[in-house]
Ligand binder design. Sequence first.
Ligand code: MUC
Ligand code: MG
Length: 370
Amino acid sequence: MIIDRVEAIPYRIPMRKPLHFASGDLAEMEHVLLRLTTSDGVVGVADVPPRPYTYGETQASVIDAIQNLFAPALIGTDARDRSAVHAAMHRTVGNVTAKGAVDIALWDIVGKSLGVSVHRLLGGYADSLRVSHMVGFASASEMVAEALAYRERYGVEVFKVKVGRRPITLDVEACRALREELGPDVELYLDANRGWTAVEAMQVLDATRDLGLTFFEEPCDAAEVIGRRRLVAHSHIPVVADESAPTLGDAARELTTGGATALSIKTARTGFTLSQKLLALAEGLGVEVIMGNQIDSQVGSTATLVFGAAFAHSSRRAAELSNFLDMTDDLAAEPLHIADGRMAVPDRPGVGVDIDEQKLASYRLDGKLS
Ligand code: MUC
Ligand code: MG
């Protein structure tokens, strides 16, 4: 399982419908497909979603980090020696989605070489997950229409509502409309992507107290510690660390010092190896986990699904798996399906994604080199 080729392939696929949220907007998926090839011809793949508004990474910076910082540690290394690769990558700060993809591609190689699914190698707990759909900024009536359509078409009963706009009345109005139109049994939770101050977030909590919301993700900037801790202490629902906890150390700090009381795990940034450590941390602390969406393609969503369903603690809550449906196309050869609000784990060796080479050839941006 010796790695002898590292490819970081930039590609672009437009969105059918752009996603708007407090920290940014996304109209086109400008991602990087990572391919690691071993000397015996096994190919490990992973998708890298650069999110400059969250981690400061861009398509160009991801390619540069992979080719110039990580490839030297990968070439000539056995894919099973994950910890050695992690130790080498750890010498570079940041670049979390580039690092996450390297880890996923290594697991993919190990699974494919053994002829076993990574889902089983990790733990194989469940064969499907409940799906949560993330609803971006729009008018209250458009947000309601989107949620109703997802319930009708895919049976989805859990929605993450993007909030964090100014004035905050817009968001409160949207939450109220969603609750009224979807009824009491649908689960709703919020993600403000740091769009409010702690005081504004407290006002929203108070104004939505009767709506039965279940989580409040990144309501304000966790770096503004006093305000954030005051908000967490004030909140009657768990406050989720997402972008404030991109590493194990960040998660440990936020969860143990009052910055958060729940954790979003995104395989796009912590791969499988670090995600396992995060999951163990959360479980040991008695903190709930949501498998989050980095606005992932089907290639990325499969990694989230495979990991989330591998463990009991990451399978409890619905996982954010549906936003690839806003893309006009995808590199995955076999489409993912959502039925009755659930997504089934693929039972194939490795992570379980085959790349459609024709699509890759048509969407890649690097001069169509192979
Ligand atoms: C989320 O949970 O925040 C939006 C920005 C980002 O980094 O991820 C998405 C979803
Ligand atoms: Mg979030």
